[in-house]
Design a protein around this ligand. Structure first.
Ligand SMILES: *Cc1c(COP(=O)(O)O)cnc(C)c1O
Length: 382
């Protein structure tokens, strides 16, 4: 298989190299108030082996991946929820059981493998939480120093976790945008590979592995619906990319219907899907910190895919998210962080509109222990 980058906006092609992040031409028009322009996607050419594995569809060879078991997460068959909802083909894809507790490990894993292959000395990331702690943990396994710019508002567990992994953690008094700007300034002055979400094309590419696994776990079938909690829109872009690859390689014959679930107080992508374009950013407010985003970095990519493949968006309130968190934990034993439980809240909100015999996958993106304060709030409000 051969791999290259292609601009998701203008189609320009680029070689996959460590300093190549966005399309030169499209990113030249970037302003602060809109999602990232010129996001690159990995293009696959050639034929995968008939007994293909996930590794065959990734642009970095298996020997470069660090020794840490990312992915291959279980697909739960939640019997009590199946019975209660009347959906016998309901599944939970449990990505909270990745090594650092979130789906972000899929992106960090591919970025770390690429960094090892290319001899990169340091990985730099800005994050409000899970992407940072993920990169720190995967970097520790790979033996690559990680420098993390973390906004002060991040839940304490995510800070402590990152520090435990031995990373250099720079606490930023300010928003994610400020942390992002500082990380890019550091790279410009001192070098290093950016793992900023959406910004490094390998973050989308790494996250696509969740779709490849779902397809294999369903005995080589595409599910009818996939519910994805959405903030920056990079996970959902990765989920789309995985199924698109399967279709374009002739392995799968259709796309699933993908539903972006956003918090009512942080719904830029849902609003754009309704209105056809991104509006000026509004401050984000939600208990689900991992999906609290003003300007979604992966917004254009995610919106384009939702439009092309007739996806949907659902918004859920903080009360619904916290209720879904308790509901999921108490009926399955799966304790998800609020941003992850949002996907369950999204399914709960629109399940009556779906056919009962549909196969439905709800993606659980992060572990509940990541933000115990939020979970406690959910108990107090009962
Ligand atoms: C990052 C994250 C999301 C949302 O992913 P985006 O790429 O920002 O849309 C959802 N849930 C959890 C737990 C996350 O860490």
């Amino acid at each position: 298989m051969d791999f290259s980058y292609r601009c998701s906006q203008c189609g320009a092609e680029y070689e996959i190299t460590p300093d190549r992040l966005l399309c030169d031409r499209c990113s030249a028009e970037q302003t602060d108030d809109v999602p990232l322009r010129g996001i690159l996607e990995v293009v696959l050419s050639g034929r995968p082996p008939t007994d293909w594995t996930v590794a065959d569809l990734l642009p970095v060879e298996p020997q470069w991946f660090p020794p840490i078991p990312v992915g291959n997460t279980p697909l739960w068959e939640p019997e009590r929820l199946r019975r209660r909802s009347g959906f016998p083909r309901l599944f939970l894809k449990d990505d909270s059981c990745n090594p650092t507790g979130s789906l972000k490990d899929r992106a960090s894993y591919l970025v770390a493998a690429f960094a090892r292959r290319e001899g990169v000395e340091r990985i730099v990331v800005s994050s409000t939480g899970n992407a940072g702690s993920s990169m720190c943990g995967i970097g520790a396994a790979a033996g690559i120093p990680v420098r993390l710019y973390l906004p002060a508002s991040a839940p304490v567990a995510k800070l402590v976790q990152s520090q435990q992994y031995g990373a250099e953690v720079i606490r930023v008094e300010g928003t994610y945008d400020e942390a992002f700007a500082q990380s890019m300034r550091f790279i410009a002055e001192h070098g290093g590979l950016s793992r900023n979400t959406g910004h490094n094309p390998l973050t989308i590419e790494g996250k696509k592995t969740v779709s490849l696994e779902i397809f294999r776990q369903l005995a080589y079938a595409v599910p009818d619906y996939v519910f994805v909690s959405t903030g920056d829109g990079v996970i959902i872009s990765g989920v789309y990319k995985g199924f698109e690859d399967l279709v374009s390689l002739g392995i799968a014959d259709r796309m699933p219907t993908i539903i972006a679930v956003q918090a009512t107080g942080s719904a830029a992508i849902a609003t754009a899907l309704r209105d056809g374009a991104f509006a000026s950013p509004v401050p984000a407010h939600t208990v689900a910190d991992s999906i609290s985003v003003e300007v979604p970095s992966g917004g254009y990519f995610a919106l384009g895919r939702l439009q092309r493949h007739h996806g949907r968006a659902v918004t859920v309130t903080d009360e619904e998210i916290l209720a879904a968190q308790r509901d999921l934990a108490a009926h399955t034993g799966l304790f998800a962080e609020p941003a992850a439980a949002a996907a369950w809240a999204g399914f709960s909100a629109i399940q009556d509109e779906l056919p009962k015999d549909a196969s439905v996958v709800v993606l659980i993106t992060g572990n509940g222990l990541k933000d115990v304060d939020a979970a406690r709030k959910g108990l107090e409000s009962v």
